[in-house]
Design a protein around this ligand. Structure first.
Ligand code: AMP
Ligand code: ZN
Length: 465
């Protein structure tokens, strides 16, 4: 089955056809590294990861590029406030960003280019735009004249006359028109010692040009997919198109994908509204990275997702069910062959793929998995399962999880050596009938998050949730 995706350019669901068969080039707008990312940002990054993982599931070789915006008003302001270099300042938040990716089990992209390391690519592109008449210089600044680009507004549907009302137009006495946007910003006092001396003058790049220049460098002039949050459609992505297509005279991107916002009590989670939670805030409240990931994944990416404590609890319970099921498969006693099980495995794979092929419909894909859990549990309870049956169920779950990334793999389910030792010590204590010592160890394990159950088949353990 073919993958179908909603293309913002044209606003309809289309079959995905890559430029080169079997390969996908994908550019995803990344973070501005001036602070810890909030989970709204990470909803978008988890979505991009889901897309990447499902493309890989379908057998594509993916080349993903994600930019790191390490120079702009906010990073400069932060560095100057703290009295450190821009590099030092952004390094802190870049490191934090990668830690958060790890926490959320987001796969690494192939490239994470930094804006400050691609100034040459950007100035070259700006010069080309000036030569071709799309851009003009004023002093040490350069601007894009959007009236020159005939397709301006095709992505967002915004007409040129409306642009000044819709975008956060920066007051700037040098622009011909308020709606024009800066490609290169002349140095001013607020920039302190942060500037580059280039042929365009002393200054720094505008934000939009970095994505056009770096995507061309790593993916070529035309590539398959460009993704980001909906707030980037206008003006950021509209501007990227006008820059790249203006400079390269080629179609920039075939499929534009945008994920909806994470909201809190009906409003977008954003720093300016002061309603933000970082990944770290939520970890501190005792939830795991997988739980946060699960919550961010559960809604369809084109629907808003309301962030609540109840949602986190529900996500935690759902992951618990998935992991308990995997644990059951690992410890289930082997019985005779159950011919219904291979049918169920095929059915869940088919339903999962149909849902995901349909514009990444995660809610339906998850519904298929939970139906599978219920049916298979019942089948094993009533008729048992052979070793082959159990392996097939287990492999099916892990295969689906290569896309979702929420389940506990065998390795993670294994206990660390010190805990295994404690469990053995407790068993020895019980054999000696030293109940006091056995209890002491049980409590120690509980404090480490491990619950022991003494069953007729021996001691079993599970993780505290
Ligand atoms: P920034 O670090 O501000 O450049 O944003 C990084 C990414 O987060 C962009 O793709 C934004 O569209 C996205 N984003 C910002 N706020 C939210 C939100 N509340 N929900 C989902 N995505 C968001
Ligand atoms: Zn971008």
């Amino acid at each position: 089955m073919a993958l179908r995706l909603f293309n913002t350019l044209g606003r309809k669901i289309e079959e995905f056809k890559p430029i080169t068969p079997g390969r996908v080039g994908m550019y995803t707008c990344g973070p501005t590294v001036y602070d810890y990312g909030h989970i709204g940002n990470f909803r978008t990054f988890v979505f991009q990861d889901l897309l990447r993982r499902y493309l890989k599931y379908k057998g594509y070789k993916v080349t993903q590029v994600m930019n790191l915006t390490d120079v702009d008003d906010k990073t400069i302001k932060g560095a100057r406030r703290e009295g450190v270099s821009l590099k030092e300042y952004t390094a802190t938040y870049t490191k934090a960003f990668f830690e958060d990716l790890e926490t959320l089990n987001i796969e690494r992209a192939e490239y994470y280019p930094k804006a400050t390391e691609h100034i040459d690519d950007m100035t070259r592109m700006v010069k080309k735009l000036i030569e071709k008449g799309y851009a003009y210089r004023r002093g040490d600044s350069a601007y894009y004249d959007i009236s020159k680009f005939k397709n301006y507004g095709r992505l967002s549907g915004i007409k040129i006359d409306e642009t000044s009302q819709r975008s956060r137009v920066e007051a700037d006495e040098y622009k011909k028109e308020a709606r024009d946007f800066a490609l290169w910003k002349a140095w001013d006092e607020e920039d302190g010692d942060i500037f580059w001396e280039t042929e365009l003058g002393k200054g720094r790049p505008g934000w939009h040009i970095e994505c056009s220049a770096m995507s061309t460098r790593y993916l070529g002039e035309t590539f398959d997919i460009h993704a980001g949050g909906v707030d980037l459609i206008f003006p950021h992505h509209e501007n990227e198109i006008s820059q790249s297509e203006g400079a390269n005279s080629q179609k920039f991107v075939n499929y534009w994908l945008h994920s909806e916002h994470l909201i809190v009590e009906g409003r977008k989670m954003s720093k300016s509204l002061g309603n933000i939670y970082t990944v770290r805030d939520i970890l501190k409240r005792g939830y795991s990275g997988r739980t946060i990931r699960y919550l961010l994944l559960t809604a369809h990416y084109r629907a808003q997702l309301n962030f609540t404590e109840a949602g986190l609890k529900q996500a935690e319970a759902s992951i618990g069910r998935l992991n308990d099921f995997l644990q059951r498969l690992r410890t289930q006693q082997v019985d005779r062959e159950n011919p219904e099980i291979p049918k169920k495995c095929l059915e869940v794979r088919t339903r999962f793929e149909e849902a995901m092929d349909n514009d990444l419909n995660v809610p339906e894909a998850l519904a298929a998995i939970f139906d599978f859990l219920r049916d298979v549990n019942r089948l094993i309870d009533t008729n048992g399962a052979s070793k082959e049956n159990l392996d097939e169920i287990y492999d099916t779950m892990l295969r689906l999880d290569t896309t979702l990334g929420v389940m506990e793999t065998e390795k993670e389910a294994e206990l660390p050596e010190d805990i295994m030792q404690l469990i053995k010590l407790r068993e020895n204590a019980r054999r000696r009938l030293d109940w006091k010592e056995a209890d002491r160890i049980r409590i120690e394990l509980l404090e480490k998050g491990i619950i022991l159950e003494d069953t007729s088949e021996g001691v079993k353990w599970k993780r505290k949730r």
